[in-house]
Design a protein around this ligand. Sequence first.
Ligand SMILES: [Zn+2]
Length: 86
Amino acid sequence: MRLHLHVEGGLALVCQRCLGELRHTLAIEHALVLARDAAELERLDADPDCDAIPVENRLDLIALIEDEVLLSLPLAAMHAEGECPA
Ligand SMILES: [Zn+2]
């Protein structure tokens, strides 16, 4: 089973340099394949073009989206060099 994730939105992060507000635009496009068991996951993982995740009984979609959003965020949110508002 395939899942196509498309997340768009705007977030306000805190700049690690000046502690000011930093607008961050989210645009996530991610195609995932849902694996029903360990064997299927292993088979799918062998394909470098395929992003597989294990799904036991139910898929926690909110948690999945949360992870995708967190992973897409910069490790250290900062304005570009020299662009911090004074
Ligand atoms: Zn800044």
